[in-house]
Design a protein around this ligand. Structure first.
Ligand SMILES: Cc1cc2nc3c(=O)[nH]c(=O)nc-3n(C[C@H](O)[C@H](O)[C@H](O)COP(=O)(O)O)c2cc1C
Length: 307
């Protein structure tokens, strides 16, 4: 029997596979297709304090090996979530992580302060990196000082662990990761979507109503994996890899590079059961390589001269 559990320090997961925010609803919608108890955890759609409509359509465009979305963080708000969704999620034996959004730093703090009064949440994932808000791709994760300020405020407002989700749309990801760690973040998720554009050549207009959107899916995996590689050797807090994971081999690339866990996003739209297949793939890999604990794989990347 392979031990697939992983220890993030602040949270032990039964296996390293979580669903990525915005691609798995509030979890409950997927329960007819996926036994949520089998997941390492799931991260619900981003929540602002109040409900939001999101951006106007069209909001999704398929590209070569990818998807550009400009959903704009449509959501039901924290009060409806706590009153109607959370009671249904408490019965599942898996880690529930709430993705937290804010138009300003105070809103992030208000969301966690409100949710702290409700049981059943294992951690928060701070979405300081969404490219699809009114700020035209601008978000706190684009500079070390704005990222630091919001994480510090949220850590002061909450008793729960905080995973900060970084933006890939920066020149130096390590600089941002270090500032967020310094502000007290318990972990990092790397990363959100890449700011992107698609054009309708007949009409000569952007394909998305919002003009720009965020690119996800297989196209971004090598880029995000590179960022995980750059960050893991420089920070002490655990890193969760997210970007383009479609199969067990993709998840293994992230784990070997040093991510302690992974999130699966766009792949849920292709097949809602992808996460279960990935968990099975990880188990098969461990068995065929005689690995007793998946944690033995984490950070086991050998550089050429160590082969
Ligand atoms: C339709 C859609 C909605 C998303 N909504 C959120 C969100 O609410 N909060 C968030 O932090 N990330 C959101 N993301 C980003 C994903 O969680 C993930 O970081 C990104 O898609 C990269 O992973 P993937 O290539 O596996 O999809 C969204 C992505 C997509 C495609």
């Amino acid at each position: 029997m392979t031990d697939l559990s992983v220890d993030l320090g602040f949270l032990r997961l039964k296996n390293p596979v979580l669903t990525a925010s915005g691609t798995f609803g509030y979890g409950i919608e997927f329960s007819p297709f996926v036994d949520l108890n089998r997941l390492g955890g799931f991260i619900v759609k981003g929540l602002y304090f109040n409900p939001r409509e999101g951006n106007p359509p069209p909001r999704l465009v398929e590209t070569a090996s990818g998807l550009i979305n400009s959903i704009g963080l449509q959501g039901i708000g924290v009060i409806k979530f706590a009153e109607e969704i959370l009671p249904q999620l408490r019965k599942y034996d898996t880690a529930l992580v709430v993705n937290v959004c804010g138009d300003d730093d105070q809103e992030y703090a208000a969301v966690v302060d409100y949710l702290d009064r409700h049981d059943g949440i294992a951690a928060y994932e701070l979405n300081i990196s969404c490219p699809n808000t009114k700020r035209e791709g601008r978000c706190p994760a684009l500079s070390p000082s704005t990222a630091h300020a919001v994480v510090k405020l949220v850590k002061e407002a909450s008793f729960r662990p905080v995973i900060t989700k970084l933006s890939p749309n920066v020149t130096d990801i390590v600089e941002i990761a270090l500032s967020v760690q310094e502000a007290g973040s318990d972990g990092l998720s790397l990363a959100n979507t890449f700011l992107a554009l698609a054009v309708d050549v007949e009409k000569r207009i952007p394909k998305l109503a919002n003009i720009l959107g965020g690119l996800s899916g297989p196209a971004i995996k090598p880029l995000t994996l590179r960022m995980v590689y750059q960050v893991v050797s420089r920070v002490k807090i655990p890193v969760i890899g997210v970007g383009g994971i479609m199969a067990g081999s993709d998840a293994l690339e992230y784990l070997i590079t040093g991510a302690k866990a992974v999130e699966v996003g766009t792949a849920n739209f292709v097949d809602p059961r992808t996460t279960l297949k990935i968990i099975q793939d990880l188990e098969n890999f461990c068995k065929s390589h005689r690995i007793g604990r998946i944690e033995e794989i984490i950070g086991s990347l050998k550089l050429r001269d160590q082969e």
